[in-house]
Write a protein that binds this ligand. Structure first.
Ligand SMILES: [Fe+2]
Ligand SMILES: [Fe+2]
Length: 214
């Protein structure tokens, strides 16, 4: 359901920002990502959607977060087919190579002149507040608001999508995904608690809307 709403939002953004240079570059890159791997493109639209909803609740510009979400995994264009598309558990070598996608993305976005906020979102989306993330294992104060929103949106989209490599490969429901994330937060403090709470209200809004139109 969310993917359809997110896709609609994507089409709306395409119309609103038509001819705007940074958005035109983003659409061209996103088109390449979609050709390379549709599932990563779908995930990126969802990340943009959730990030924009969280940003709006913080009085930040939602369109910047939507754009950042579209491009956060752009470095995956460089990955080999098996780790990118099979969905199976990765070998140690593939896992280590997968981590390169963050810096490949950052380099691509910086070279193309995207704003610092877009680059930050990409740079920090796999970092964790306790320092257990990658590529640098930075924690707390080094992780900007863009990074904190990126982490929560990225994990929520991944959990609510089917993933063959998980013990439970089916997509988690919204509530199951939020429970997993809250437990991770309580046990390890890996997410920003405030951003996570905002995601909870975003999801409550989504559910209410879905019930209204059901
Ligand atoms: Fe990623
Ligand atoms: Fe991602």
């Amino acid at each position: 359901m969310v993917f359809y709403k997110a896709s609609f939002e994507f089409l709306k953004m395409k119309e609103i920002f038509k001819g705007e240079p940074e958005w035109e570059k983003a659409f061209a890159l996103f088109h390449c990502l979609n050709l390379r791997d549709t599932n990563t493109a779908k995930h990126s639209i969802e990340v943009g959607y959730f990030a924009a909803k969280i940003a709006a609740k913080l009085n930040l510009d939602p369109s910047r977060y939507f754009l950042a979400g579209l491009l956060h995994d752009i470095g995956k264009i460089d990955m080999d087919d098996h780790p990118l598309k099979s969905g199976e558990i990765l070998t140690v070598k593939e896992r280590s190579k997968l981590k390169d996608h963050v810096l490949h993305g950052v380099l691509t976005l910086s070279e193309l002149g995207f704003g610092k906020d877009i680059v930050q979102f990409c740079l920090r989306h796999h970092e964790r507040l306790d320092g257990s993330g990658y590529p640098f294992g930075v924690c707390e104060e080094l992780i900007s608001t863009e990074g904190r929103i990126a982490q929560v949106s990225d994990v929520f989209s991944a959990l609510t999508s089917p993933r063959k490599y998980r013990e439970n490969p089916k997509a988690y429901s919204y509530d199951e995904a939020l429970l997993v994330m809250k437990n991770d937060y309580i046990q390890q403090g890996i997410f920003d608690g405030n951003i996570l709470n905002i995601l909870v209200t975003v999801i409550q809004d989504e559910k209410q809307k879905e019930q209204r139109y059901a």
